[in-house]
Design a protein around this ligand. Structure first.
Ligand code: AMP
Length: 110
């Protein structure tokens, strides 16, 4: 079980911002911006490489959830990131969308 599965199972505490039957949105334990949320599907999908054709609606739901939650928090400008694979600094192998806001961002990312 990954740490996110344990959070969804209630075995590990987390600061939950939103949840429904398909996703959970938590605050990152090590925030890289004043607002740093993780939008996590309940379905176990390890990486972006593992997204299948039947997951398209779920992936859309991750983004619509992100925008709805961020609008609710008063943010219209934010960065959405999927790290895919260890080479891209993915550390938890359960798909999650990082959503960061509340500071200025630079490009390209490091
Ligand atoms: P990634 O490196 O893209 O796989 O992102 C994993 C994220 O999960 C990191 O930003 C971690 O800070 C975050 N994280 C790890 N453990 C927890 C936890 N128990 N609660 C909330 N966020 C966590």
């Amino acid at each position: 079980m990954t740490i996110f599965e344990k959070i969804m199972a209630g075995q590990i505490p987390a600061r939950i911002e939103f949840e429904d039957e398909h996703v959970i949105v938590i605050h990152d334990i090590s925030p890289q911006a004043p607002v740093h949320l993780l939008v996590i599907p309940r379905k176990v999908i390890p990486t972006v490489n593992d997204i299948g054709g039947s997951d398209q609606e779920l992936i859309g739901h991750l983004f619509s959830t992100a925008s709805r939650v961020m609008r609710g928090l008063g943010h219209t400008d934010y960065r959405c990131v999927f790290n895919c694979g260890a080479g891209a600094q993915q550390t938890v192998f359960h798909l999650h969308l990082h959503v960061l806001a509340g500071r200025s961002f630079s490009w390209p990312p490091g």
